[in-house]
Design a protein around this ligand. Sequence first.
Ligand SMILES: NC(=O)c1ccc[n+]([C@@H]2O[C@H](COP(=O)([O-])OP(=O)(O)OC[C@H]3O[C@@H](n4cnc5c(N)ncnc54)[C@H](OP(=O)(O)O)[C@@H]3O)[C@@H](O)[C@H]2O)c1
Length: 259
Amino acid sequence: MKIVVIGGTGLIGTKLVKKLREQGQEVVAASPASGVNSVTGEGLADALKGASVAVDVTNSPSWEDAAVLKFFETSTRNLLDYEAAEGVGHHIALSVVGTERLLESGFFRAKLVQENLIKASSIPYSIVRATQFFEFVKAIADPSTEGNKVRLPPVLFQPMAADDVASAMARIAMSAPVNATVEIGGPEQFRLDEVIRRDLAARKDPREVISDPHARYYGIKVSERTLVPNDDARLGETHFEDWLNQSTKQAPKTERQRA
Ligand SMILES: NC(=O)c1ccc[n+]([C@@H]2O[C@H](COP(=O)([O-])OP(=O)(O)OC[C@H]3O[C@@H](n4cnc5c(N)ncnc54)[C@H](OP(=O)(O)O)[C@@H]3O)[C@@H](O)[C@H]2O)c1
């Protein structure tokens, strides 16, 4: 079975390509670096020729409102058109748990447009909505930082390892399309402020995390269950504390830590 991973050089894409190859699948890792551009359409017809499955794990280089909308809308339309022309039988896309509850942000409005285009197309599909990756946790503090203080709301938060996201995507890529949305999440629920506090402390980042029920997440108003999946979500195996220990053992010092 030929599987094309669009965005095959990204965080999830790289892991997914490796896992699928380990399972003996024929995999094309497609990205602008390999001459495949889902926004311009360059290289798509060749990459998708003879493919049974296409997995979209691209991300927009810019998260500015108009740019991110243009990226996901154009890229998804192109992928679906080229896949239909090549007879691809399963389109899979990675989206985010709670997308419809996060529409104050242009990024999530763009992800919803992506999902709706997929649902409206004639190609059988599986939409996978994941919670925030552990790898993304350290970036959450920055937009909420003022001076040495990070203000975050103590809402429920269930992040997961990128490796577990890739494993779930690989299983779905080797299964029949569900023509529905599947949710995946981490094995434990925390409070958002607590996870960021633990992450910063483990990285010896001196910022103080203040629990503030009125604070926003990436500028978005969130409530208790905005960021967590439904009870039927498939859960990853990796625990945050184990991942954090591992990643802080390996991570080079950040500029902030060096200062
Ligand atoms: N961050 C989170 O916590 C989270 C949670 C749930 C879901 N997601 C979703 O997961 C998806 C993947 O995220 P990620 O962190 O793995 O992304 P990433 O590391 O930023 O990788 C993005 C990939 O897209 C490729 N790409 C960019 N523009 C392209 C274009 N015009 N044509 C083809 N490929 C293009 C990149 O290629 P280059 O290597 O050449 O740049 C790269 O391979 C995103 O859609 C995101 O919404 C993220």
